[in-house]
Design a protein around this ligand. Structure first.
Ligand code: AMP
Length: 188
């Protein structure tokens, strides 16, 4: 695993703790010598994440569509800023340019990105690991809902198992590196 794509909020979240979590993820990515791939914004948790990764010496690729570059203010200090024409192109390129995916606390856009990349894994479009950073227990109810989907037999066990979950960046990155090194070969 050399490149990690991180999805996270364009808002900063309530209080300081979410920002600290985003910085911890950026710092952990840099400390492992990984490249960060993300949405290219300078605002919210996305900006905190990128700033911390850059401060730690990581190379950072931002992928941002013209339509959102103004609203989310494209980060001007990245190693590489790739302008794209649409949200679909952004997500496709983010997926191509990464070896693993992490969703951090975020809003509707983050949820959409997480579930798209998970469903692409479910369909076998890619076999890269996907992780959920459940810092501050932000995703507790989502995890409980996924277990409900499993219990109701609308999500199958191997597909529920596609999502790795941890409360801190180091543990999650360890899990993703291990999953990437030994892809799940269980039948679906
Ligand atoms: P949010 O989690 O809503 O703060 O958004 C996080 C990131 O997801 C931002 O860069 C948004 O531009 C992006 N985003 C919002 N809606 C979508 C969508 N439908 N597909 C992909 N990305 C999105």
């Amino acid at each position: 695993m050399q490149r990690v794509c991180v999805y996270c909020g364009s808002n900063p979240g309530r209080g300081e703790e979410y920002r600290a979590l985003a910085r911890a993820m950026g710092t952990a990515i840099a400390a492992r010598g990984l490249r960060l791939v993300y949405g290219g914004a300078s605002v919210g948790l996305m900006g905190e994440l990128a700033d911390a990764a850059l401060a730690g010496g990581a190379e950072v690729t931002g992928i941002i569509p013209g339509v959102v570059a103004e609203r989310e203010i494209a980060h001007s200090g990245l190693t590489e800023l790739v302008p794209v024409a649409s949200m679909h192109e952004r997500k496709t390129l983010m997926a191509e340019r990464a070896d693993a995916f992490v969703a951090m606390p975020g809003g509707l856009g983050t949820l959409e990105e997480l579930f798209e990349i998970l469903t692409w894994a479910q369909l076998g479009i890619h076999d890269k690991p996907v992780g959920l950073l459940n810092g501050l227990g932000y995703y507790d109810r989502l995890i409980a809902f996924l277990d409900h989907c499993l219990a109701e037999e609308l999500v199958r066990p191997p597909h529920r198992a596609l999502l790795k979950v941890a409360r801190d960046p180091e543990t999650l990155l360890d899990q993703l590196a291990a999953a990437g090194a030994a892809p799940d070969t269980s039948p679906d």
